[in-house]
Design a protein around this ligand. Structure first.
Ligand code: XIL
Length: 676
């Protein structure tokens, strides 16, 4: 965010200055191949806000073919056995998390989300539990197990299978016999879900089962009645997991009906353990299509990677063959997710990840813009003129947006959330000056979840680089008071800032370090670093990460990890020869590396009025301070490689006057030239 407005300078004077600015000649775009690149399952599913996951076995993590496919294709992980009761509490009160931690930490370090499987299940249950006959003892044991395991991974698991397979097969529609039902009665489910909610309020709580895919089956109806009852009585439940272990024919004809009927109860649905005997491409496509057609079907997990990894190995039910090659079912799934399979051979092994590996992003971009989606909502005490500098994550099925509010009296922050973009305009605006964040100069927020700490961070500028934390992103009152990353402005910034301003702080972490980028409105991009373990403390080694002339490298830098590649993407806002804002882009294979121009000029910009179409009217000529829609929400700032979307600020091109009161609004760009 440009703090010129703090001084009340006028845009007119900026334009006058600009008239004399010669544009720095951009470097040549490099890297991206011309051939059409296939997407991956995870990246493709992320285009519609879904995840695509797999079951992972800790014992296979030493197999590089396995991990190569895992990291290339999947953005969600379920431990196949490692979080089950017999793995985590083999003896009463003695918890062992070695293998589960291995899977969890590996996934988190790669920006893969994690499903939790499973807390209460009659199977893979140690004998000491199934032999308990006293209800109070069993209740205590069950609740302690749920609480201890969920606590271990608190905030790091997007969805937990709280209870697995509690219903009986056949025509009864009732609970099956198990130690839990037999000793505690039917109420054990409710008790388990209530305990789970207090253990990790951020996790979606799922009931998971098999043979509940066919709508008319008594078992499906039994589960449906339970979910309806839970919803009616306020028992916490957020999702139904349909395992989807199918025979050769794939899903029943009513599968989509079942998904939408559950969803209509107000829960998400997830396909949690998909495998299909003989893996017919059609059967896979039908399964995936049913999910794509139901808005609240939030993700799909296949139960293993290669046929040889499957618990049904004899039936070859998965998407990759024993050699790790993509099977025809893979292409069917990718296509149904909206992707384009590689036209080449089907024998591709995981792509090499060397610095010479093909760039995942194209070297030219074109975009289509929405109209204005978010406008200020002044109230009695907030006379807001502009809404600016958005940051956005998708979490728990919602978009969470934070932005600067601009008014003649200065800058502060606002928060809103909504389910989809059509609802963005009607979302309630929560003014954060009413929270511990406080009034005064706060601007240009960036939000992310610090997975190792299980805490949300909001990074923003206050004159220093500041942050607040919150255990619950959806609670505007949960933010802590501002703290500073630095005791004072680092020397190198003081020496180079000239007449500029220290703005637009941005944090991104790899598996070892966190980096804090900032701009000075004077042609410098700065970078400091600390370790993931020390974050948010210890930022040091501040260096100039990039420099150019003042307007060519102005402010609003964004740095992202590109999913499924070894690329990082840097965007910096520039001011063009026409006085309008636009974005230039660079890539690097390392956050601390040097940046190679990608689309970095006025004629080949990352995003500028000349590569954006406006089907609903050209409401802006500025493509200014914003943020990419991410594939995840954690500290790795991972974005999809395909069909990028960018939430940005723009304004009526005819607007003029004091910079503080310019009518900035938010709109969304969607990439139109994605080749994957
Ligand atoms: C299976 C695993 O894949 C096997 O490795 C293990 O031996 C048995 O369990 N429903 C579930 C999963 O909820 O946990 C099961 O996983 C498959 C059926």
């Amino acid at each position: 965010m440009n703090p010129l407005k703090r001084l009340g300078r006028r845009r007119a004077s900026v334009l006058a200055l600009l008239a004399t600015v010669a544009l720095v000649t951009p470097g040549t775009a490099t890297g991206a191949p011309d051939d059409v690149k296939a997407s991956t399952l995870g990246a493709q599913a992320a285009q519609s806000g879904r995840y695509f996951g797999t079951a992972v076995a800790a014992g296979r993590l030493g197999d590089s073919t396995y991990t190569g496919i895992l990291d290339r294709e999947f953005n969600s992980v379920t431990a196949e056995n490692e979080m089950k009761w017999d793995a985590t509490e083999r003896s009463r009160g003695q918890f062992t998390f070695g293998a589960a931690d291995q899977i969890m930490n590996r996934a988190a370090a790669r920006g893969q989300r994690m499903r939790g499987h499973t807390l209460v299940w009659h199977s893979q249950l140690p004998g000491w539990v199934s032999s308990i006959r006293d209800a109070n003892t069993l209740r205590g044991v069950m609740n302690n197990h749920i609480t201890t395991v969920m606590n271990r991974y608190k905030g790091r698991i997007h969805s937990w299978d709280v209870v697995n397979e509690a219903f009986a097969d056949g025509g009864s529609g009732q609970l099956r016999s198990s130690v839990f039902r037999d000793v505690l009665g039917n109420g054990f489910l409710e008790e388990a879900f209530r305990t789970a909610r207090s253990a990790d309020p951020a996790a979606k709580l799922c009931y998971n089962d098999y043979n509940i895919e066919n709508w008319s089956d008594a078992k499906t109806q039994g589960v449906y009645r339970m979910v309806r009852d839970f919803k009616a009585r306020g028992v916490p439940i957020d999702c139904v997991g349909l395992q989807a272990h199918f025979g050769t024919g794939g899903p029943p004809a009513s599968f989509q009906t079942t998904l939408s009927n559950f969803a209509a109860l107000g829960v998400d649905v997830q396909i949690t353990e998909l495998d299909i005997a003989q893996a017919s491409p059609n059967a896979y496509a039908n399964t995936v299509r049913a999910c794509m057609n139901v808005a609240r079907c939030t993700g799909i997990t296949v139960w293993g990677i290669r046929d040889s990894d499957s618990w049904r190995a004899g039936e070859n039910p998965l998407l990759f063959d024993r050699g790790g090659n993509k099977k025809p079912a893979y292409n069917a799934v990718l296509t149904t997710l909206g992707g384009t399979p590689a036209s080449t051979r089907q024998t591709d092994a995981p792509p090499p990840r060397s610095a010479a590996a093909p760039a995942a992003l194209p070297s030219r971009f074109s975009w289509s813009s929405s109209g204005t989606l978010i406008s200020p909502k002044p109230d009695a005490t907030h006379n807001i003129a502009g809404i600016k500098d958005p940051t956005v994550v998708q979490y728990n099925g919602k978009y969470h947006v934070f932005a600067s509010t601009a008014s003649s009296s200065g800058y502060n922050l606002v928060y809103l959330n909504f389910n989809d973009w059509s609802q963005a305009g009607s979302a309630t605006h929560h003014y954060l000056d009413r929270t511990a964040i406080g009034s005064g100069y706060r601007a240009a927020p960036q939000v992310f979840y610090n997975a190792p700490q299980r805490l949300w961070y909001l990074v923003y500028q206050t004159g220093n680089a500041s942050y607040s934390t919150n255990p619950d992103i959806s609670n505007p009152n949960g933010w802590s008071a501002p703290r500073n990353f630095y005791s004072s402005m680092p020397d190198i910034i003081r020496q180079n800032i000239g007449n500029g301003y220290w703005v637009d702080m941005w944090v991104i972490c790899d598996s070892a370090n966190c980096y804090l980028f900032s701009s000075d409105d004077n042609g410098h991009l700065y970078r400091s670093q600390t370790t993931v373990g020390q974050f948010p403390n210890g930022f040091t080694n501040t260096v100039i990460a990039a420099q150019d002339s003042k307007y060519a490298l102005f402010e609003a830098s964004n740095v992202y990890k590109v999913q499924g590649s070894n690329q990082y993407l840097l965007l910096v806002e520039a001011i063009g020869s026409d006085g309008r804002r636009y974005f230039r882009s660079w890539t690097s294979t390392s956050l601390a590396g040097s940046w190679t121009p990608l689309a970095a000029s006025e004629s080949n910009p990352f995003a500028r009025a000349n590569n954006v179409t406006f089907p609903s009217g050209a409401w802006t000529r500025d493509i200014s301070h914003g943020e990419m829609i991410r594939a995840g929400y954690d500290q790795t700032l991972t974005i999809p490689a395909c069909r990028l979307q960018y939430l940005y600020q723009g304004m009526n091109p005819n607007a003029s006057g004091d910079y503080n009161t310019l009518p900035w609004r938010l709109g969304l760009l969607t990439q139109t030239n994605s080749t994957c």
